[in-house]
Design a protein around this ligand. Structure first.
Ligand code: DAH
Length: 339
């Protein structure tokens, strides 16, 4: 008569479990086998419980044998599972619809509009010179856009051709100059005022390559005691040199703007250019007209100031080689994605 010893039983269980593991055809099957064969209350562990019936000297070696069997079954499960994973990856790799070696599609991310870039550069430059950046409304009153700026009612700038009037009697601001008044009024008669005001402006233009109904300016204003044309020229030369990334020389040509006296157009070219090198007209500027200072709550007997206004679209066009201003506001991705 043959008696089965716990040793025999252990061997049989191990053999059967190993065979089942090898025969598993899927990860799910494997998991099932793992759950039954290696479970806490499974057959192997119940062998452990019989350990107390063994002669004392056999107990320890038997316990070790059960643990060793358990460990080798666990290893068998792991290597079978690895084999399934490798199989699956190989199948995926041979699937012609999925090529894991193909480079990922590039992530597209947004970027700044060329005008925004130029505007931020101008802000950086002027902030570095002690100016702060202020904002003003795009829908203005006639008073701020024209009267306080000493623009008489017969001035062509008020013409129906130039200005977009709203039914309410407001105007879409035709320039950033009204922000000068708002900045001075905020200072409540106390200089200094050193601000720039970038923003959108609007004109009733027939759009072409160099004209758009919506465009961008930076206004500048510095008011203090004893501010002179020399200060204006020095500040603007320094700012333009920084903005254009190289020292420039500037010249002032007298020009009429109602809100300054004297008024100028400022031209620039690289410093050290030959005498006959061309000048580039870059902005309008001048000494703030006494009427404008007064409208801003400043005393023209005490303080003086300079102001300037610069178009941002043309700067961006020069910088990026853009030929038509209408592209700026077009929202056309083929244009925008070039920057
Ligand atoms: N506001 C003027 C324009 O839109 C530009 C300008 C000229 C602004 C001279 C100024 C200035 O502050 O002093 O054409």
């Amino acid at each position: 008569m043959s008696t089965t010893t716990p040793r025999d039983e252990l061997e049989r269980l191990s053999r059967e479990a190993l065979a089942a593991i090898e025969a598993a055809e899927s990860g799910e099957q494997l998991e099932q086998i793992e759950k039954t064969a290696l479970a806490r209350k499974g057959p192997l562990m119940s062998l452990m419980r019989g350990i107390k019936d063994l002669p004392a000297e056999e107990r320890a070696p038997f316990g070790q044998a059960v643990n060793a069997a358990r460990q080798s079954l666990e290893e068998a499960v792991v290597s079978r599972r690895d084999a399934f994973t490798a199989q699956r990856l190989a199948a995926e790799a041979s699937d012609t619809r999925f090529d894991p070696s193909e480079p990922a599609r590039p992530l597209s991310h947004g970027h700044l509009h060329p005008i925004t870039r130029i505007r931020r550069e101008a802000e950086e430059v002027f902030m570095g010179l002690g100016f702060s950046v202020v904002d003003g409304p795009e829908v203005e009153t006639e008073a701020y856009n024209f009267d306080y700026l000493n623009i008489p009612s017969h001035h062509p700038a008020r013409d129906m051709q130039d200005t977009m009037w709203l039914d309410s009697g407001h105007v879409m601001r035709t320039h950033t100059s009204p922000v000068q008044l708002r900045a001075m009024q905020r200072a409540e008669g106390k200089p200094p005022v050193r601000v720039i005001a970038p923003g959108r402006v609007f004109r009733n233009e027939q759009p072409d390559a160099t004209h758009e109904h919506t465009f961008h300016q930076v206004e500048g204003l510095m008011v203090d005691e004893g501010v002179s044309v020399a200060d204006m020229k020095a500040v603007l030369r320094l700012a333009l040199s920084r903005l254009f990334g190289g020292s420039v020389e500037v010249r002032l040509r007298p020009h009429y703007f109602p809100f300054v006296e004297p008024g100028f157009e400022l031209d620039m070219r690289p410093a050290g250019s030959p005498d006959d090198a061309p000048w580039l007209e870059i902005l309008g500027c001048g000494m703030v007209h006494p009427e404008v200072l007064r409208a801003g709550g400043m005393d023209p007997e005490q303080v003086s100031g300079f102001a300037f206004g610069m178009g941002l679209d043309r700067l961006a066009m020069m910088r990026f080689g853009i030929e038509d201003v209408r592209w700026m506001m077009s929202g056309d991705l083929r244009f925008l994605q070039q920057f």
